[in-house]
Write a new protein. Structure first.
Length: 333
């Protein structure tokens, strides 16, 4: 019996010594290693997830280590994606998962002029968020009520920029971050001017989103906004292709029959602005909608030379001549 107990003590000491050695051993990694730990995972599952990346091996050593660390220090593992590198030791990993110290922030860029569906798609690819759930939560009554959005959708109210989010962040948290930033920018840069000219935020965003979609040239945007403002004042239809494309789920090239689509977003059939924004406009487009260029232009068409710029016209005859230029340039390009 004494020999048996002695052997057990020796084995425990050896196991403890091996565990201690393993904890201070550097991880086998060439570059960065990303590991996802799910919420409420057991110690066994955590070690299993780390094992998939070649970390915390052998598992028989680290399963009890994780469990004992949790009990001894009265701490829980933080869920999320962690980033480790070759300079980290297993002990660094142990401390990190219980403190959240090396949780990986993922840089996510939302380009200007994208729709809510594209915001959702980017979140799905970059952050592992279900896109359908993202859209549903974004357009929910609770979100729209919280941010005072009276329209049926938050389309156009997200601020397009680069953000840092944790992997698998809650869709609601991401949405609120996008809306909070948009609210901040609006109040700081545009609210005073909008009040001054007597236009609502919804009106400005709706106009700005069309301007955003019409021209990539920042220098042209105030002129384009001026065209639409002239048409609105004259009671003319806007006849803006991007609104029809939005009605058709962003169809890129329009046919003549597309212009007859029955939709409140079809500005070839409906007078005035569409019901709401058709994308998330950039700051220059919002500025253009607030302070459009004053002129007598009612038409514009792309030059067709690849510059993305347009020729503007005061009457339909001049517009037709500009269309000929466009077709000739397209043919020669």
């Amino acid at each position: 019996m004494k020999k048996f107990i002695f052997v057990i003590i020796i084995l425990i000491m050896c196991a403890g010594g091996y565990a201690a050695y393993s904890l201070w051993d550097k991880i086998p990694a060439e570059g960065d290693v990303l590991v996802s730990i799910q919420k409420n995972s057991s110690s066994g599952q955590i070690v299993k997830d780390l094992n998939k990346k070649g970390l915390f091996e052998p598992d028989w050593v680290f399963k009890p280590v994780v469990k004992l660390y949790s009990i001894f220090f009265h701490q829980k593992v933080h869920a999320g994606v962690y980033k480790f590198n070759k300079n980290n030791r297993n002990y660094d990993i142990l401390k990190s998962i219980f403190s959240g110290k090396q949780l990986a922030l993922i840089k996510v860029t939302f380009p200007e002029g994208i729709t809510i569906r594209e915001f959702a798609s980017i979140c799905s690819r970059k952050l592992g968020i279900d896109s359908a759930s993202f859209i549903k939560i974004a357009n929910s009554d609770s979100i729209r009520s919280e941010y005072g959005i009276k329209f049926k959708s938050v389309e156009g109210y997200f601020y397009p920029a680069t953000y840092n989010f944790f992997w698998k962040s809650k869709a609601g948290d991401i949405i609120k971050t996008l809306l909070d930033k948009s609210e901040q920018i609006w109040k700081e840069k545009f609210a005073e001017k909008a009040d001054e000219i007597g236009k609502s935020r919804h009106y400005i965003l709706s106009l700005a989103s069309i301007v955003e979609a019409e021209t990539p040239s920042i220098a042209e945007r105030k002129r384009v906004a001026g065209v639409y403002l002239n048409r609105l004042k004259a009671g003319r239809r806007l006849e803006a292709d991007p609104t029809v494309q939005y009605a058709l789920n962003d169809k890129k090239r329009l046919s003549r029959s597309d212009l007859d689509v029955d939709s409140p977003y079809n500005t070839y059939r409906m007078t005035g602005l569409p019901p709401g924004p058709i994308n998330a406009p950039s700051l220059p487009s919002i500025e253009a909608a607030l302070q459009p260029e004053k002129h007598d232009f009612f038409y514009f068409v792309a030059i067709g030379d690849g510059s993305g710029k347009h020729n503007f016209a005061k009457n339909f005859n001049q517009h037709e001549k500009n269309r000929v230029v466009y077709k000739r340039n397209r043919k020669n390009s």
